[in-house]
Design a protein around this ligand. Structure first.
Ligand SMILES: Nc1ncnc2c1ncn2[C@@H]1O[C@H](COP(=O)(O)OP(=O)(O)OP(=O)(O)O)[C@@H](O)[C@H]1O
Length: 657
């Protein structure tokens, strides 16, 4: 072994060099170079062999071991076995999926096994450090310590999905965890609510994270169990990892999607890979309230109408896995129900309902009449031409780019890095200076309408064009949004976390963040400064839509299952609730088209006047006559009014950004 001194770019800096053979052959010898980015090797014989060099990327490596030869002939030889999962093109497809590879180098340059073992052990330690994103100093490369081993609490719901979670874990996950030397304590849940009780009562801090092998139901239990602890502010920062054992596995799909890992092909392998290589990523939660019920914390979605029905009614087909959604979806589309209700929301930018293109004018007007923007002021009214619709709609769409975390992550994702973030992280969610000017006095809103949704004075219809009262606040927001849009397009602003708050004109950011962090009273739930009691009308700068709906879906993750890319431009910690609703009147063929578009997320670009997509910070949904099933994260809740507000970046998940 020779220590290298040459320096190139930081990733190319060579830390170790050596000559090894490549198992199972003992010839030729290979020149092997370990740089910060990966390992390069090529056969030493002949000329121009450097052209035939191969490269093992540390981003693909999950573990490595030192081994001794079984064969007497090679008793002095020490082996270095590297486990890696590089992307390969899937057979008969252009898709890239990870495949297991093992590369074993043999070291026999020293006379004694112990000497060769010490040599490959140095390599192993450096490889494990770099594969785990830990830093290695060139000067101290020989003294590189063994990196700490991760230790997880694994919770398995043996009944989730087709009932194979335990088998999946043992057959597919355990071998990879062994390769990566990840330790775990396994608990099989025995009843619904068991996981919730466990995380509420146990000392969860003895583990580096909680890994859930199930569908979204067990994740919901864990999140809510953590939030019920007296020390919820600390507990909710314990990283949660998830492996797909259920039928929907929405969070797994969303995490894999944001990490650029496959979820349609071999989701288990890719999710396990993320678990092993994870960085701790903040995740938005949404505080959900229903009248006379304790609050719950949602990580996925609130659904009502068609989507909720499909989820709920397909439970009986759980054994067929994800196909249950397609089957029930088709059944329900051909037996369409309409749901009366009132949907209110606090949009992140000024909101205009879609124009009535494609519908007859009477429909267009009556539909628009149901939209009201309740303004704080009646002065400065501006008439808004329909031609603005496209522009406004564009404000709501972000080009998809790689997500930039809202938090200054530590490179290392271990527990220590999480606790270091605690003091500052919520401060970092918002650029407080930028938000100082934003204002909403919630108490001002309470004086609002007296009656909800009948204040037609605030909304004028003129020749089929909507004239809305834009308060000076709202106008300011539009200007802000305009400048933000330029910023977004430049790529600097997009995904920088809590986008919503940055563009919102209606959030008292300081209040929100202070209230979220300042609740130190044991057992007290997280505050909800954007919400008012159900007995009161929603604040005045909320938008209310009173309609016959086909479905309403408020989601904060990209996927609701692997075939349902509900919010393509959502990010795990964007601080946004992505609201999607379909009005009644939509034809069955258009609805079918919508469902096929949901596979790739193109439904959000729909020009149909029946389909609306809007980004919000908070919402209230009041079903009329108690109709329709209401689902929170795939769990049925009371068919009653529901309201929610985003709690930006409150939880932690194991992801890769
Ligand atoms: N041992 C158990 N016996 C019965 N129910 C359980 C048990 N463990 C957990 N549960 C409950 O089972 C419900 C469904 O679990 P889960 O979400 O994991 O599976 P799923 O519904 O098949 O998956 P998905 O949500 O992806 O469709 C959850 O509400 C959970 O509380």
């Amino acid at each position: 072994m020779k220590m290298a001194v040459s320096k190139a770019s930081p990733r190319d800096e060579v830390l170790l060099e050596g000559e090894f053979d490549l198992f199972p052959k003992d010839k030729p010898l290979y020149k092997v170079t370990l740089s910060r980015g990966g390992i390069t090797y090529y056969p030493i014989t002949g000329s121009n062999n450097i052209k035939n060099s191969k490269y093992l990327h540390f981003g693909d490596i999950i573990g490595c071991r030192c081994k001794k030869a079984k064969d007497e002939k090679y008793q002095s030889k020490a082996y270095l076995t590297i486990f890696l999962y590089p992307f390969k093109k899937k057979l008969f497809s252009s898709k890239l999926i990870r495949n297991r590879e093992i590369v074993t180098f043999g070291a026999n340059s020293r006379n004694k096994f112990e000497e060769n073992r010490v040599l490959v052990e140095t390599w192993r330690r450096v490889i494990m450090h770099l594969a785990n994103n830990l830093s290695v100093e060139l000067k101290a490369v020989d003294r590189c310590p063994v990196p700490p081993k991760k230790n997880f609490l694994v919770l398995i719901n043996p009944h989730s999905g087709p009932g194979k979670a335990m088998q999946i874990f043992q057959d597919d996950v355990v071998p990879m965890l062994d390769e990566a030397e990840v330790k775990y304590d396994l608990i099989k849940t025995e009843y619904a609510g068991h996981a919730s009780q466990l995380v509420k009562e146990r000392n969860i801090y003895e583990w580096d994270g909680i890994v859930i092998v199930s569908g979204d139901g067990l994740i919901y239990e864990v999140v809510n169990g953590l939030m019920q602890r007296d020390d919820w502010q600390k507990a909710i920062k314990v990283p949660i990892g998830c492996l797909p054992g259920g039928s929907g596995n929405a969070l797994c799909c969303s995490i894999n999607y944001s990490a650029g890992e496959s979820f349609k092909s071999n989701c288990i392998l890719h999710s396990t890979f993320i678990l092993i290589k994870h960085k701790v990523v903040p995740m938005d939660l949404v505080l959900i309230q229903q009248p006379d019920l304790p609050p719950v914390y949602s990580f996925l979605a609130v659904t009502w109408g068609l989507i909720a029905d499909i989820d709920h009614e397909s439970e009986k087909y759980r054994a067929i896995g994800e196909a249950r959604f397609m089957l029930q979806g088709l059944k329900r589309i051909f037996n369409l129900r309409v749901y009366k209700g009132r949907l209110s929301f606090l949009p992140i930018t000024s909101y205009l309902p879609k124009s009535g293109n494609g519908t007859d004018s009477s429909k267009k007007v009556s539909s628009k009449q149901r939209f009201k923007r309740l303004s704080l002021h009646s002065v400065g009214d501006s008439f808004v031409d329909n031609s603005m619709d496209d522009e406004e709609t564009n404000l709501e769409r972000r080009p998809r780019t790689k997500s930039v975390p809202a938090y200054p992550y530590q490179e290392n994702s271990d527990h220590a890095s999480v606790s270091q973030m605690e003091d500052n992280d919520l401060d970092n969610v918002l650029d407080q200076d930028r938000l100082q000017s934003l204002s909403l006095n919630v108490s001002e809103c309470d004086i609002s309408t007296g009656k909800q949704n009948v204040d037609l004075e605030n909304s004028l219809i003129c020749d089929g064009k909507v004239a809305q009262h834009f308060s000076s606040d709202v106008e300011r927001n539009m200007q802000k949004s305009d400048s933000m849009r330029g910023y977004a397009e430049s790529g600097k602003y997009v995904d920088s976390g809590f986008v919503a708050a940055k563009t919102s004109g209606s959030l008292d950011s300081l209040d929100l963040i202070e209230k979220l962090t300042a609740t130190k009273v044991p057992g007290k739930p997280a505050p909800s400064p954007l919400l008012v009691p159900f007995s009161k009308s929603v604040p005045m700068d909320w938008v209310t839509v009173e309609e016959d709906f086909i479905t309403v879906c408020a989601t904060y993750q990209t996927h609701l299952n692997s075939d349902f890319l509900a919010a393509p431009d959502a990010h795990i910690n964007d601080g946004i609730i992505h609201l999607f609703f379909v009005r009644s009147g939509i034809g069955k063929s258009e609805l079918l088209k919508l469902f096929t578009e949901m596979d790739n997320g193109s439904h959000v670009d729909s020009t149909s006047p029946y389909i609306e997509v809007v980004k919000v910070l908070a919402f209230r949904l009041e079903p009329a006559e108690n109709q329709g099933v209401m689902m929170v994260d795939g769990e049925k809740v009371a068919s009653a009014p529901v309201q929610g507000q985003v709690l930006p970046g409150l939880a932690r998940i194991m992801g890769i950004h």
